[in-house]
Design a protein around this ligand. Sequence first.
Ligand code: PMP
Length: 450
Amino acid sequence: MTIKPNSVEGRDIAYQMHPNVNLRKYERDGGLVIESGEGIYVTDNNGKRYIEGLAGLWSVALGFGEKRLSDVAKAQMDKLPYYHTFSYKTHGPSVDLAELLIKLAPVPMSKVHFTSSGSEANDLACKMVWYRSNALGKKDKKKIIGRVKGYHGVTIAAGSITGLPRNHESFDLPLDRMIHTSCPSYDHFAKEGESEAQFTARILQDLEDLIEREGADTIAAFWGEPVMGAGGVMVPPDGYWEGVQKILKKHDILLVADEVICGFGRTGTMFACERFNIEPDVLVLSKQISSSYMPLSAILMNDNFYQPIADESDRLGVFGHGYTASGHPVATAVGLENVKIIMERNLVANAKALEEQFLGRLKDLAAHPLAVSSRGVGLLGALELKPFDDGQPGDAAAAAQVACEEEGLIVRNIGEALCFCPPMIITSEQVDDLFDCVARALERVAAARA
Ligand code: PMP
């Protein structure tokens, strides 16, 4: 279809440079224009409706068109549209949300610091780790361990902790201080004949070996998503997090849990740390914190983490970090209302209650001739497809993603997998609708290749 220069699509190509695309392909093909949303659905500018199977970018917990959030945003805009939290100033919405997050935290936390995106939060948490090491006089304890296929954002520090080549290549990343250990995905990285227990023991040994090689005195923190998201939805094997935490404790290495995707019920508990028995020193939250209606993220830290940082700011006279939008009143007001709604409507319990059906439908689809396996937890899942023998890596999942869109379902293809993370307001009937679309999409791909 030719794109008219004066259409939204044409002007988009002319003026906007998009994130996370092949820019030359975008110049040729343009993008899908989404105009509106309601519940778990979005509608494009031709009136076609789609199930949003990834909740936008793993984030719209309450779905689209939640009036209570737009009402709160409007009321806060009218009352105090902007104020900052610099230089001994504060405001009610940021205080209210900080208090609620401390109450909900999966482990005792001391303070909350607000930022606007997952990348910013991880970047700052990294700076705080370094600041704290300096405060403690441990000038050499600065390295950060990330994981292969981990995703923590794209800013310079966060992008360096991320373990995905596409976020490093040609950006001159990662920074030297960031090192990476093995990915805990049995499906992707187990050796021939290796049991899950043997695999877990091997990757824990990899972590021990890395610490041994680098020297524990040079390593400050370990970063991990409880369940990996943007690397392709990978659930760690039993015993993995217990093992990691034992190793980190032994070597006095901090644990930062990145729950930017997992937080606020996605895995069937309020935080995935509860489900996987993780006791982080620092907890990073974003996305479902505000259903992404406003940009917002938060860093929660325990007292052991916070106190040396406060001492250092006292010594220097200031904690020399902050953003114009840190704790933005409209963002924190929307975040507060969003978290209250998640609790009032029991959406965490909804995710848990639908888990069996959600994962069951995925498992059934894994029996399709084009598929290999499925995985997931709560309302987060992936279907691994067989690579086309006559194509490039990822072609099968890319074809299935296009077919899903034709069937009225937006999902994300990552590597050989289709990934699913629908709004948490989804009903049992809608879970069936979603996977019926996937089944039809697989048939379309199979027919096109027959
Ligand atoms: N951490 C995790 C676990 C994420 O999934 C993401 C985003 N997908 C980020 C950090 C980065 O968040 P943002 O895109 O808001 O910078």
